[in-house]
Design a protein around this ligand. Structure first.
Ligand code: AMP
Length: 184
């Protein structure tokens, strides 16, 4: 059983680390950002509701997010573990997650730590449609206000581990796996 949450600002290298971790542990990668982008692409009702919010770099409503995560976690492939990426992003989402998983919990929450100036540079370089300078700035502010407090949330549950996100992908991966093994 490997129930993981990965935390970190956008541009902290979560995407790369997620790909390596799902391979290493054989668990599904559950990214709310990917699910929302797929919904926008397909033009589903969910996508239509989320699109403008995403383009502005704002957070989609907790209710909508909790709904898609709960549905995803009910799938067969998530019964033996999962890697949550981009979720939870708010205290309400974190409380909702714990309620959904009860009586189980999260085994390890991994925080990939990278300074603001480094993530801004990386995001501008990747050039995704929603990576405008204003949206990047807004997301960093939201991270500070809404998501950084989640470090305390997971820390108080004794499942937080913080990993230095500077260095090569493989260096960071070695630190991440080491941290998970020490903390699970
Ligand atoms: P991401 O790929 O995780 O950076 O997500 C891209 C965008 O999708 C974010 O800027 C938000 O607008 C939206 N989003 C993704 N996950 C969440 C979440 N857990 N809560 C609220 N909005 C989210």
């Amino acid at each position: 059983m490997t129930r993981l949450v990965i935390l970190g600002k956008q541009g902290a290298g979560k995407g790369t680390q997620c790909a390596l971790l799902v391979e290493h542990y054989g668990i599904p990668h559950i990214s709310t950002g990917d699910m929302l982008r797929a919904a926008v692409e397909e033009g589903t009702d969910l996508g239509l509701r989320a699109r403008a919010t995403m383009e502005a770099g704002e957070l989609v409503s907790d209710e909508l997010i909790l709904g898609i995560v709960e549905e995803r976690l009910a799938h067969q492939d998530a019964q033996l573990g999962f890697l949550l990426d981009g979720f939870p992003r708010t205290d309400t989402q974190a409380q909702g997650l714990i309620a959904m998983l009860a009586p189980n919990g999260i085994d390890v929450a991994i925080d990939i730590s990278v300074p603001d100036d480094v993530v801004t540079e990386r995001m501008l370089a990747r050039g995704r449609d929603d990576d405008t300078p204003d949206a990047i700035q807004r997301r960093l502010e939201l991270y500070q206000a809404e998501t950084a407090p989640l470090l305390e949330f997971f820390s108080s549950r004794g499942v937080l581990t913080s990993v230095d996100g500077l260095g090569t992908e493989l260096e960071v991966q070695a630190r991440v796996v080491d941290a998970i093994e020490k903390n699970r």
